[in-house]
Design a binder for this molecule. Structure first.
Ligand code: DAK
Length: 258
């Protein structure tokens, strides 16, 4: 597939996806959702160890495309809802961690897209919010659920009921952003984190992601039992053998993902 609304660059085993619909501040229309779905589910291979998802200087994503929504028939809106839900789940369940590098606006569907990623790093210029109630709708790409799980019900309710936009420092304070960086430092710092993750045992990292994602939706006794199952899976890998041998031999481990 030829992408019109994003670019995907591979640097060794790190993929950098940049949303490129600047005229509409990267608003999510059907075309961009289709491309995002394709890049995660068809384009990226199992060799990828970390993904960076970013936008343009002014906007990460300014929301679902309000203009496109306006002209949708009910059938088209259902398709739109499904494609959005599927891509967000695909990102959430992607085998490797996804870091959102949030440069500017992350509003509505944009905040929800960042929430579907594992980690959010923000530029000092970033702005977050769920302004859907201003339009007479509710967050529809998982915002009521993922924001609540990320910042807790009190702050999630406040943000969703008021539609207020918050700056990067506040997003960091409430745990929505993992860190805040100067605009020119955002990508270098994001790549540093991506490289750190990519140097670890990839199957172990992937199993950690699975344990966190799936365990969050289980009761604690089932969740820790599930963790033990995944621990055993990690124990069966060659990378586990290599990691422990490297420690004993006082050398750097070379993880190959097997
Ligand atoms: N959709 C479409 N176009 C958008 C857009 C959006 N969300 N946001 C910005 N744009 C367009 C503007 O219309 C403008 O285009 P032109 O007029 O030049 O053609 C261009 O981007 C530049 O924007 P501005 O001129 O407004 O730029 P400013 O710097 O003055 O303001 C802003 C930036 C981000 C504060 C402002 O653009 C803004 O308030 N944008 C809307 C933010 C917003 O309300 N976002 C939430 C959208 S609601 C669903 C699932 C999910 C959703 C819906 C349904 N289903 C399951 C069915 C999600 C809903 C949302 O995300």
């Amino acid at each position: 597939m030829e992408y019109q609304n994003l670019t995907c660059e591979i640097q060794e085993n790190i993929a950098i996806i940049t949303l490129q619909r600047p005229k509409a501040l990267n608003a999510l229309n059907q075309a961009i959702l289709t491309e995002l779905n394709h890049v995660f589910s068809e384009h990226l291979s199992r060799e990828i160890r970390c993904v960076v998802l970013t936008g343009s200087e002014k906007a990460f994503v300014a929301g679902a495309d309000i203009k496109e929504m306006d002209s949708m028939t009910p059938i088209q809106s259902r398709y739109f809802a499904r494609s959005g839900q599927l891509i967000f789940q695909t990102i959430e369940n992607f085998h490797a961690p996804v870091i959102a590098a949030v440069n500017g606006y992350a509003l509505g569907g944009g905040c929800e897209l960042a929430l579907a990623c594992d980690i959010r790093l923000a530029s000092q210029k970033a702005k977050f919010g769920q302004p859907e109630v201003n339009l007479g709708i509710i967050p529809g790409f998982g915002g009521t659920q993922r924001l609540t799980r990320t910042v807790g019900p009190g702050k999630a309710r406040e943000l969703i009921y008021t539609g207020n936009t918050i700056n990067a420092e506040e997003a960091h304070r409430i745990g929505l952003a993992n860190a805040v960086h100067a605009p020119e430092e955002l990508m270098p710092e994001t790549m540093k984190m991506a490289e750190t993750i990519a140097a670890k045992a990839p199957l172990a990292v992937s199993l950690c992601k699975k344990a966190i994602n799936m365990g969050t939706n289980m009761d604690i006794s089932r969740a820790i039992e599930f963790e033990a199952d995944l621990f055993a899976e990690s124990f069966a890998t060659n990378d586990r053998k290599e990691g422990i041998e490297a420690f004993v031999q006082k050398r750097k481990a070379n993880f190959v993902g097997k």
